[in-house]
Unconditional design. Structure first.
Lengths: 477, 268, 229
């Protein structure tokens, strides 16, 4: 998809003035975090499982080539095909060719962030193939021509009324002329419409939560069952997955599953966790006759062995954005590309460049709530700081910020000069703020005083001036 | 309770400790009372307090802006200024976290400096944590009439585990009652330079915070970090709120009668 | 796309990984460790609630299945057909179902249910009710495990509105790891079935305002008959 990450500040303005979005975010902020907390409390082993989950992903990344080759060997042995795609363009071409070879007119798609990353839908449409999003949230935003705003809840930015309007508009030509108002009716109508599309689809395309090297299985976690219809009804099943999804064994998957659903939605378990291994076997009464796995790199292999490697542990649960106060204020679209929230602030500069996405790792208070809930313990604030360091080294930091920092740093490194300058500043601020105790406007602090008052220091000088004046004795100011 | 016994034992039997106060640049410039409150609390707990003159700032503005070179230079300066003290006490979770967690990572390529940074990290303590966890202080002699709500500043909470300590000490303040926010652990939107780089987001965050504060019915807001306090005080005052904003150390040191943050002196 | 093009891409990715990890292809002790891990997979930290005596596992399974919006009936083998018929009646559902062509299910005596019309095979889009067995049940989360094969078409788990599952008590295990061991024992190390569905309650979605709604794409209703050994 086309990035608008470079317009981050404008996107923020739009998001903050969108009342529907703000309503939706108010629900998200309370719901997801409270459910995750309860789920974690119900499982006494949750914290040790997080440690193990981190270790499993670290081990898989350190041996990534080996496990990918093992995975390929197992898939091939069971009659499936593995395709290697170094770039997004390679993956688009491979999938397009597979769909053409199947004579596909429609592709039933289960939600895949990697498919968003490579802009697959646009490519298929250019080939005259209709991609049908079947996850309810993805379906809603596909009808509205919007990108997802959350990695597990793509339509979380919309209210029920907006969904009702969207269905009313798009389903009326199919004979559903009544505008619905109840959630269960909306779900039932989408189920009916999409069921027809499932039955007609020539290809089912899914992502993967994990690829299990031991068995050659792709593992997919959903609540709706749409991924399972996608991998069972059409005659061809294509799995699109990025290379860091591979893990060694089913036992490792068990650990990761225990932290995934709880971190994501606060469920004990998602409704459907499915292992797909190859095409239908002789005697099977259903299932696809062709099974393909497309392994996408798209810059990930270059992250290995760098200070940024930890980002590859991500299992895409969304907990970081569910707990992020910045995401909670502006929602996912403001981030301007596929992956929003803290993980987006770390991944996006890697995938589309710091020049394009420079704001994202800067737009954080480093409050650390994301890291405190990450099931694989990714040090997200630390990774954002690394991006800021790279930005600073490459002189991409905005000039006023650089100049301010340089002046400040010059002073801080000269304590005696610093004392003289700050004592003067302290006195001036105290003197002019004496009457009210605070400022409504202040030169050079417009970013602050636009929204809040600035407290004036009390008379009497800086702490160090008072301390020196009293000879280091304890005093009451 | 066993923990109480051991805590008070260490409190009474420990010899006077020579501790250094890291004042922090914001306290120095905008709220000297926090520094004096910290000194008072430490002395009452049996410490001898010194304020090394060559300290300025911990370097977070540079560190968090990606200016690693300046951050390292400033860290080296702080490390030198605080050499030789048994403990370094900081009335701020974020500056305390900088010393205790981030300094060593600045010197990954310089083993000698890294060792010094780790040595300082091991001696550095946030004020509340030092009083309760290290000195075993379990009560203070102070009084304050009112209902307060306590904001858990992010770095203190998540990097240093400051949560129960200030609440435990506040419980012993005569006349004070605590009324908790719905989400005391959610960031107030300060974030150092963040609040001026992304003022609209920061404003949305602090507005939500002040709504939570107001809904507690408290007349006083307390926290352990001056940056957060200035942010929340400034927003409350812009909104016309009469809620008084103070650093937790001031109330614990029985200095609750000075003018609150952002209010004129001599008028209460 | 030619095989050589794919081969080039494969080499490019694998070499990219090795270059970043500053090594060649995995060898020596590291390779042995990875091979060993695949041969004898180490288990993660044990989850205490999955380590129970069998009767308590069964109870825990039922408890979690119900917590996940399934309904559970504990019956004897002889009671299975009558409970299926009674469930359909209770819920005003048609007395017509598509059933997995499995020996386990055919082993029950359906002759007493004259009104119940059973078809054996895979599910079509029009089927309202399906009846299947289950490879296993997981006590830890109330999860059913379905292994695909000629006797268990996957579509039965997904297409009908109502899914009735007949699960033998003896097939209820503690956690996922116990299922993996049973899969390896049943299918061999290199022979996973095409699909293993682990299913926890009916299909659901939270995509509209995060409120949970049942029956997004798969069954709206899941009824589990837990059969005493």
């Amino acid at each position: 998809m086309q990035s608008t990450a470079h317009d981050f500040k404008e996107n923020v303005g739009t998001a903050l003035s969108d009342p529907n979005l703000q309503d939706s975010l108010a629900k998200l902020k309370v719901g997801f975090s409270e459910r995750r907390r309860q789920a974690a409390e119900r499982l006494p082993e949750f914290e040790v499982l997080r440690d193990r989950a981190r270790d499993i992903k670290n081990h898989a990344l350190a041996n990534l080539d080996f496990y990918l080759e093992e995975f390929e060997r197992k898939v091939t042995a069971l009659g499936g095909h593995v395709h290697w795609a170094p770039t997004a363009a390679d993956a688009r071409r491979i999938i397009g060719d597979l769909c053409k070879s199947a004579g596909a007119r429609t592709v039933a798609k289960s939600k895949s962030m990697v498919a968003e990353e490579i802009a697959l839908n646009e490519h298929l449409e250019q080939l005259g193939i209709a991609p049908i999003e079947t996850d309810l949230g993805e379906y809603i935003i596909q009808l509205r021509h919007e990108p997802p705003s959350h990695i597990i809840a793509p339509a979380v930015h919309l209210t029920k009324d907006q969904v009702a309007d969207t269905f009313h508009e798009h389903h009326a030509p199919l004979g559903f002329t009544r505008r619905l108002t109840e959630r269960n009716d909306l779900v039932a109508e989408a189920r009916y419409v999409l069921r027809q599309k499932f039955l007609e689809a020539d290809v089912g395309l899914t992502g993967a939560n994990f690829l299990v090297a031991e068995t050659g299985s792709s593992m997919l976690v959903t609540n709706e069952g749409n991924a399972d219809l996608s991998n069972t009804l059409p005659k061809m099943h294509i799995v699109l997955a990025s290379i860091e999804k591979v893990i060694p064994t089913l036992e490792d998957a068990a650990v990761l599953l225990r932290v995934l659903a709880r971190s994501a939605t606060g469920q004990e378990s998602s409704a459907y966790t499915t292992l797909n291994t190859g095409p239908k076997r002789s005697g099977d009464l259903d299932g696809p006759s062709q099974y393909h796995v497309v392994l996408l790199d798209n810059g990930r292999s270059a992250v290995l062995g760098t200070e940024m490697q930890d980002m590859l542990r991500c299992i895409r649960c969304g907990a970081c954005m569910n707990h992020c106060p910045v995401y909670g204020a502006i929602g996912g679209h403001a981030y301007g590309w596929v992956y929003p929230g803290p993980i987006g602030a770390v991944l996006t500069p890697q995938l589309i460049g710091m020049e394009e996405a420079g704001d994202l790792p800067n737009a954080s208070t480093f409050c650390g709530r994301c890291e405190s809930v990450c099931p694989v313990r990714i040090p997200l604030p630390g990774l954002m700081r690394h991006w800021r360091e790279r930005e600073f080294e490459r002189h991409l930091t905005p000039r006023p910020v650089r100049q301010g920092l340089a002046l400040w740093s010059f002073l801080v490194r000269r304590p005696k000069l610093y004392r003289r300058v700050t004592q003067l500043a302290n006195r001036l601020l105290a003197m002019f703020g004496r009457a009210e105790g605070r400022y409504h406007t202040l030169p050079l602090a417009g970013g602050w005083t636009r929204f809040r008052d600035f407290p004036a220091p009390p008379a009497g000088g800086t702490f160090h001036a008072q301390w020196a004046r009293h000879g280091g004795a304890r005093i009451r100011p | 309770m066993v923990t109480d016994v051991s805590a008070s034992t260490s409190h009474h039997s420990a010899p006077p400790r020579r501790v250094a106060l890291f004042v922090t640049c914001l306290v120095d410039l905008f709220r000297p009372a926090v520094g004096f409150a910290a000194v008072k609390l430490l002395e009452e707990a049996g410490c001898t307090v010194e304020v090394p003159p060559l300290q300025v700032c911990c370097g977070q503005p540079a560190y968090n802006s990606g200016d690693r070179v300046s951050a390292r230079a400033i860290a080296a300066q702080v490390i030198a200024a605080f050499e030789g003290f048994e403990a370094v006490v900081v009335p701020s979770g974020s500056c305390g976290g900088m010393l205790a967690h981030h300094y060593p990572s600045l010197f990954d390529d310089d083993p000698a400096m890294k060792a010094k940074a780790e040595n300082l990290a091991g001696r550095s303590h946030e004020l509340m944590s030092f009083l309760v966890d290290v000195l075993g202080v379990d009560k203070v002699s102070a009084s304050y009439r009112g209902i307060a709500t306590y904001h858990d500043s992010c770095s203190g909470l998540r990097e240093l585990g400051i949560k129960a300590q200030p609440r435990q000490l506040l419980e012993s303040v005569e006349g004070l009652r605590i009324s908790e926010m719905k989400t005391p652990e959610v960031c107030c939107g300060f974030g150092g330079t963040f609040c001026v780089k992304y003022p609209e987001i920061s404003n949305a965050m602090v507005s939500e915070k002040t709504a939570d504060i107001v809904s507690t019915g408290a007349d006083t807001l307390l926290a352990g970090d001056l940056g957060c306090l200035m942010n929340m005080a400034g927003k409350l005052q812009r909104e016309g709120s009469r809620i008084q904003v103070r650093h937790v150390a001031e109330v614990l040191a029985d200095m609750g009668d000075i003018a609150p943050i952002g209010e004129p002196e001599g008028k209460r | 796309m030619s095989e050589t093009a794919n081969g080039g891409a494969r080499t490019q990715i694998l070499n990219g990984i090795r270059h970043s990890l500053r090594r060649g292809a995995l060898q020596g002790a590291a390779r042995q460790a990875a091979e060993q891990r695949l041969a004898t997979p180490p288990r993660g930290p044990a989850v205490a609630r999955a380590q129970l005596p069998q009767p308590e596992k069964v109870a825990l399974f039922c408890q979690w299945a119900e917590a996940n919006n399934a309904t559970v009936a504990r019956v004897t083998a002889a009671e299975v057909p009558a409970e299926v018929a009674a469930y359909l009646t209770r819920n005003n559902l048609p007395a017509t179902a598509v059933m997995a062509p499995a020996a386990q299910l055919d082993g029950y005596d359906w002759s007493g249910q004259k009104m119940l019309a059973l078809r054996r095979g895979r599910a079509e889009g029009t089927d309202q009710v399906s009846i299947t067995g289950a490879f296993a049940g997981i006590a830890e989360t109330g999860t059913l495990v379905m292994a695909s094969g000629p006797d268990h078409p996957v579509s039965l788990n997904l297409l009908p509105d109502t899914h009735i599952v007949v699960l033998r008590e003896g097939d209820i295990v503690g956690g996922y790891e116990d299922v993996w061991e049973r899969l390896r024992a049943r299918y061999g190390k290199n022979g996973m079935p095409r699909t293993v569905n682990t299913i926890t309650g009916p299909s659901r979605t939270g995509d509209i305002e995060q409120a949970m709604e049942l029956g997004a794409h798969g069954p709206r209703r899941m009824h589990i008959l837990v059969v005493r050994d």
